[in-house]
Design a protein around this ligand. Structure first.
Ligand code: ZN
Length: 290
């Protein structure tokens, strides 16, 4: 049994790079039945970003790559832009901490403008390093994180969060940060969720689960909203560091093959959650950014 023709197949968080597989990875995704990519900016050059201008270039290069995917494949691309939170640590080594915070905040303003201009659908990844850093770095990251949530609220869009693994207490903490600036928890997505915290323990935050087979099977019955993602890195220096971009459509196909009765559950991450969190309907075939 093939994937239903009217079912979008969405990878909610991936990275592509002009120096990696790029369009070829998107072709692979499409060949397996994938239809929609939420493409998130990242620093593929591995050099510290020193100015807002560097982020502008990064966003523009990603937008150009999204354009090549749209021309060369049937995949719809939804851009997500922000200064990656771990960049803060690297920029601080190069410029000092106050200047690094200023670069991140300037890049967040830029990201907000891109959303308001409909060149991107969300602010992400924002948050904090997922590993321990010096206390002054950690405090600065929290300041920038709060600013990021405020920019999302001002731009009326979701914020996609990068952080350590969250338990119920962690989810509550992020929800509190969002509430303090007026950003609804339902428009805050915890990306790279790899532990299943029951819905009641997520404080309204939306998990984007890593598309591991066991996770997909565990969360399939959960009510919306939640997503599936690969966090594909497209980094030739780290092949196999994360899941391949073809993973989400392969999981969807396996489910349709093994449990045809469950196929409608896939509408939760691929249709209903996109509607609820992003406010658009992925079945209408239109793109919302670029
Ligand atoms: Zn990522």
């Amino acid at each position: 049994m093939p994937l239903p023709a009217d079912l979008p197949v969405v990878d909610h968080h991936c990275h592509l790079s002009p120096s990696g597989d790029g369009v070829r990875a998107a072709e692979r995704f499409a060949r397996e039945g994938g239809t929609d990519l939420f493409l998130t900016t990242h620093n593929w050059n591995h050099a510290p970003l020193r100015a807002v201008e560097d982020y502008r270039r990064q966003f523009e290069e990603m937008e150009a790559l999204a354009g090549r995917i749209r021309t060369g494949t049937p995949v719809r691309v939804h851009l997500v832009v922000a200064p990656y939170p771990v960049d803060l640590v690297e920029t601080a080594e190069a410029l000092g901490l106050p200047a690094a915070v200023a670069v991140q905040e300037g890049a967040l303003e830029l990201a907000g403008r891109w959303v308001r201009d409909r060149r991107a659908v969300a602010i992400g990844e924002v948050g904090r390093p997922h590993f321990p850093v010096a206390p002054d770095r950690a405090a600065a990251a929290e300041t920038v994180f709060r600013r990021a949530l405020a920019v999302a609220r001002e731009s009326d869009c979701p914020a996609v969060v990068h952080s350590e693994d969250l338990d119920a207490r962690g989810y509550r903490g992020v929800a509190d940060l969002a509430r303090a600036v007026g950003q609804p928890a339902g428009k805050v997505v915890k990306h790279y969720a790899r532990e299943v915290v029951p819905t009641a323990g997520r404080a309204g935050i939306v998990p984007s689960f890593l598309a591991r087979r066991d996770l997909v099977e565990t969360v399939l019955d959960d009510p919306a909203p939640w997503f599936l993602e690969t966090d594909f890195l497209d980094d030739p220096a780290r092949p196999g560091a994360v899941m391949d971009l073809a993973t989400v459509p392969r999981r969807a196909s396996a489910l349709v093959r093994d449990h045809p009765d469950l196929v409608d559950r896939l509408r939760t991450p691929f249709v209903e959650s996109v509607r609820r969190v992003y406010g658009f309907d992925p079945t209408d075939g239109k793109e919302r950014s670029g």
